[in-house]
Design a protein around this ligand. Structure first.
Ligand SMILES: [Zn+2]
Ligand SMILES: [Zn+2]
Length: 1015
């Protein structure tokens, strides 16, 4: 702290012509902090681990010092602003993050080293590296580990680059300062710089390996010992072991928050395989624009902080306790009370009350007697009506700066919840006071207004979520699944816990103070405006907790709930045994239910039962109609959608390649080509027809291409060159998500055959994928390729094969032209088969139930169809199949017997249901007669079950269970009174339990919800 004094001094004596001199002085002045072991982590001598831990431990402190120094420097000299800003932004953006990865920290150390000698150029590198770190940190532990080598390699590049910049800058400085530098020496340097860079890179890689935590090492060894990543992911046992070793919550890997069992292997495998094939370069570049937006917000907040904080720095530097308080009133209190560094919160609030009672009352009487202006209060408004303003506006606050509101007031000051208020906290509080408010206003706001706002938003959130669930029945069937998945997310019951725990304000408290109501509203409005602006800044995309902090700013908004709870817990534990009850008193109980072993408790879910306490705001009460929904939607700006509105399927138009249109230029490459290509899709190899149409651009300069297979379409552009034997060409795919797919091909003029092969970034790691193998393209129309002879047929009988092909093709074309009935029927049959088989194979691949895997004959039928169908048809059929899957009813739970994800309907046991409804036995239609024993339940086929035909949300859960149990009782009653019916049933061979089962199966959840009981 004392050393900042030097900085302050320096910034005042700043010489704008020698910016680096200042920085150097700052560094020297703080050398005891900055110099401490931040560098030369590559130096492996000595106790590596101790050194490194120490370096990490100091890192935050070192950075804060550097950043403060740089901020002063930047203010004093706009010249260095660009580079320094980039650095400060990137470094500070994650400073608050708890789980910083050590590898990222090392990179930041390297950036930090760099910035000390380097200002003008290359801030791009810094931003790029920052964005890479950001993208990396968002990944789960397992996905980081399985791609460790690739990430490390990219990071090592950054590290080497920073080192290189550092060297080149140092030599540039030397060049400037020392006249007559040895130019030979310089040359020598250049020749060796590449070697040096490689060495640096290796050293960095080496360092990254040393930084592996025991857990990372363990997982890496495990993967190595078991035959590599692919092997581990492919094998159920190995994957389970891997997940166990990673110790990571399954929700983070699978992206599902609600899977109640840790056996959702297929979706985890799918996710990890996707991670494995993901292009890192691509990932980094996709993250870059979002990162840039985050930096902009950080920038705004930093500059606001600098605006407000210049005086703060000078204040902090002064010694003496009360002197360090910025606000005069509080300074006086502190001085009068003779307090030292901190004071017990309760005493502070009481003193505050006394002070303001005296002051405001005396001011009122002064004012009555003609008055004079009193110094010591911040200037609030126009000077001429200052007095009346103050008198009118402060008097009412006395009702709230009062022992009755001790708790909320002390919470407002006592930010860390220690029960003591420090000078720093006092200053933070006064600095956050909105412009135009006096301190008593600000305190009164926290005494009551805050709770009023909390209650207001509690109501708003409740009614918003109720609206969401009410809208559910109107959701289009193709979107239903996405909406259901979204509403099952963990966040919803976490929100519910917060809302349920929060005590609402007594609406009468504020009713006699219009001033407070007005201020509370204006404060809420300004905060909301700030949040909206920041949310727009990040495009409403909150990817990590850090981004949330960025959006909410340093201030309250209950700083990202879990961090807040952790901090409070740590402090409460020191003083109170019962953290839970202490939290009950804190922040109106907001955190109480979110502490400790929290879990989903649908039985207490208050979303559907909640009714607005404040009857004035009755919204979302009446059931929503479609008309109302579309009215609301018409006011929503669709630009908030990150991916916009996309069409699921778009047909491709190849008309520009028709021969009639191509006639004006003749080139042997022009026209439509088709052939057979393959690729790995999941774990199987798929072979299909690919179509590529080529033409020259109007200026004859470039080659344009359009193509399609059963999964994708593509556009490409390239060049063609004539060679001795034919034409060589090169194509680059446009809009390729950064994978940089290219194709090289050769047209053999004599044979009229193109041999072509694909290549992209992924090729290096997946060279065995048949996708990269060379394949042949012929001038056969893609719809006629199916009639083409195989090479064997051709070898056996050339004439016969050619004739057969010609006859079949001619017949096809003729029938097509005539719209022949049998032609169309054959098409329809193909479509039905393709869609049915693909849908079934997709649902097996996705681990959905009921499963109906393809038998060998069916699998080869599908394979055959893919090699028969024109890609335009196949792609359309494939899209239909995917849509079939997407439309399936979706359930939050898997089947307790076969472990698959349930589609269509599931059976929920009414007996095997925990009291809080958080756990249950749920079976798929195929396993309905099974008796699983799991998680303490022993299910039995005689149990009563309900058929669940769509996602059963917690919102309805308790209600459905209750209605179902009532129905069971009712049916039982009916049976008991109606002996005849009973005997009748028994005669038909069924027993009573089975009848219940049967009746309940007929009673769908929809019927239960409508309370239409069975007769
Ligand atoms: Zn099952
Ligand atoms: Zn049961």
């Amino acid at each position: 702290m004392e050393k900042l004094d030097t900085m302050d001094h320096l910034s005042r004596n700043f010489d704008p012509y020698h910016p680096f001199q200042l920085l150097q002085e700052v560094c020297e002045a703080n050398s005891h902090i900055i110099g401490r072991k931040t560098r030369d982590l590559n130096d492996t001598r000595g106790d590596f681990h101790n050194d490194i831990e120490e370096a990490f431990g100091n890192f935050a402190e070192v950075l804060q010092t550097t950043v403060k120094g740089l901020q002063i420097l930047r203010q004093a000299h706009p010249f260095v602003d660009a580079a320094v800003s980039a650095f400060i932004l990137v470094i500070t953006i994650d400073l608050t993050r708890k789980e910083n990865d050590r590898k990222v920290t090392v990179l930041k150390l390297a950036m930090h080293d760099l910035i000390l000698v380097f200002f003008e150029r290359h801030q791009l590198d810094i931003k790029e590296c920052g964005s890479a770190c950001d993208a990396f940190l968002k990944k789960s532990f397992l996905s980081k580990t399985i791609r460790a080598l690739q990430y490390e390699s990219r990071f090592a590049d950054f590290s080497a680059r920073f080192k290189e910049h550092k060297c080149s800058l140092v030599s540039a400085f030397t060049l400037h300062t020392s006249v007559g530098i040895d130019s030979l020496h310089n040359k020598f340097d250049q020749q060796h710089s590449e070697v040096k860079r490689i060495q640096d890179r290796c050293a960095a890689m080496d360092l990254f390996h040393k930084l592996d935590t025991p857990r990372e090492k363990d997982v890496k060894n495990f993967i190595e010992d078991n035959g590599g990543v692919k092997e581990c992911l492919g094998n159920d046992e190995l994957l389970e072991e891997l997940i166990r070793k990673s110790g990571e919550s399954l929700s983070k890997i699978s992206g599902w928050d609600n899977s109640k069992r840790p056996d959702d292997l297929p979706s985890i495998r799918k996710k990890l395989f996707k991670e494995l094939t993901e292009d890192i370069e691509d990932l980094f570049s996709r993250n870059a624009s979002h990162f840039e937006r985050k930096l902009e917000i950080q920038q705004r907040q930093l500059s606001e902080a600098i605006e407000a904080g210049t005086e703060k720095i000078t204040h902090i530097l002064l010694s003496g306790s009360y002197d360090r308080i910025n606000h005069t009133d509080l300074q006086t209190i502190w001085k009068d009370m003779g307090w030292k560094g901190s004071v017990k919160a309760r005493h502070f609030v009481l003193a505050l009350q006394d002070y303001y009672t005296d002051k405001i009352n005396s001011m009122v009487s002064e004012n009555l007697g003609g008055g004079r202006r009193q110094s010591g209060m911040p200037i609030l408004a126009q000077r001429k009506d200052l007095l009346s303003f103050r008198q009118q506006n402060n008097k009412w606050t006395l009702a709230y700066i009062n022992a009755a509101y001790v708790q909320p007031i002390l919470e407002a000051f006592d930010d860390d919840g220690t029960g003591f208020i420090s000078i720093k906290e006092v200053n933070n509080f006064t600095e956050s006071c909105p412009k135009g408010w006096s301190l008593p206003h600000w305190i009164a706001y926290w005494a009551v207004g805050w709770q009023a706002n909390v209650s207001l938003y509690k109501n708003k959130i409740y009614s918003l979520i109720q609206t969401m669930f009410q809208t559910l029945e109107h959701v289009h069937s193709s979107n239903k699944r996405a909406v259901d998945e979204y509403l099952c997310q963990r966040v919803f019951w976490r929100i519910e816990l917060l809302l349920r725990a929060t005590r609402s304000i007594n609406p009468n408290i504020m009713s006699d103070s219009p001033d407070l109501i007005r201020m509370t509203e204006s404060y809420a409005a300004s905060e909301e405006e700030k949040l909206t602006r920041n949310l727009e800044g990040v495009g409403y995309y909150l990817d990590t907790a850090t981004t949330v902090t960025l959006v909410t700013g340093e201030g309250r908004i209950e700083r990202v709930v879990d961090y807040r709870i952790q901090n409070l817990e740590a402090i409460f534990k020191q003083t109170h045994l019962d953290v839970q009850s202490r939290l009950g008193n804190f922040a109106f109980g907001m955190f109480q239910l979110s502490y400790g072993d929290i879990k989903r408790t649908p039985s207490q879910n208050s979303f559907s039962s909640w009714a607005n306490e404040n009857e004035l705001i009755q919204m979302g009460k009446a059931p929503l109609t479609l008309d109302e929904i579309s009215k609301i939607l018409s006011c929503v700006d669709l630009s908030i959608l990150k991916y916009g509105i996309q069409d699921g399927f778009q047909s491709t138009d190849f008309s520009e390649f028709e021969t009639s249109r191509l006639r004006h230029i003749s080139h042997p490459l022009q026209g439509t080509w088709s052939g057979i290509s393959s690729r790995t899709h999941g774990q199987e190899i798929i072979t299909y027809i690919v179509r590529i149409s080529l033409r020259l651009s109007v200026d004859n300069e470039s080659l344009l291409a359009k193509g399609e297979d059963f999964l994708n379409t593509f556009d490409a552009e390239g060049k063609a060159n004539q060679t001795l034997m034919g034409y060589k060409f090169y194509l680059a795919l446009l809009d390729d998500d950064g994978a940089n797919t290219t194709a090289t091909g050769f047209l053999n003029h004599d044979q009229d055959i193109i041999t072509m092969s694909w290549s992209n970034r992924r090729k290096e790691q997946h060279s065995d994928d048949p996708f990269y193998k060379q394949f042949a393209l012929r001038r056969t129309s893609p719809s006629l390729l199916r009639y083409r002879y195989t090479p064997q047929q051709f070898a056996e009988d050339r004439v016969r094969s050619r004739w057969a092909f010609a006859c079949n093709a001619a017949l096809h074309l003729a029938q097509e032209k005539l719209w022949s009935r049998c032609f169309l029927e054959a098409r329809f049959a193909e479509r039905r088969r393709f869609v049915e088989l693909t849908t079934r194979s997709l649902s097996v691949g996705l681990g959905l139930t009921p499963q109906n895997p393809l038998n060998i004959a069916e699998a080869s039928e599908l394979e055959y169809l893919r090699q028969q169908l024109d890609p335009s048809e196949a792609r359309f059929y494939q899209a239909i199949s995917e849509f079939q899957i997407q439309k399936l009813p979706w359930h939050a739970w898997g089947c307790d017997w076969c472990d698959h994800r349930i589609t269509y309907s599931g059976m929920l046991c009414l007996q095997c249901l925990s009291d809080d409804l958080s756990d249950n036995i749920h079976l798929c239609a195929a396993c309905i007669d099974k008796s699983p024993t799991a998680r303490g339940f022993t299910h039995n086929t005689s149990h009563n079950m309900i058929k669940v035909e769509e996602t059963l949300h917690d919102f309805y859960f308790a209600h459905v269970v209750e209605a179902a149990r009532n129905t069971v009782d009712r049916v039982k009653g009916l049976l008991e009174t109606n002996e005849e019916a009973r005997e009748d049933t028994l005669q038909r061979g069924g027993d009573e339990d089975n009848l219940f089962l049967f009746l309940l199966q007929q009673t769908s959840v929809g019927a239960l919800l409508g309370l239409r009981y069975l007769r």
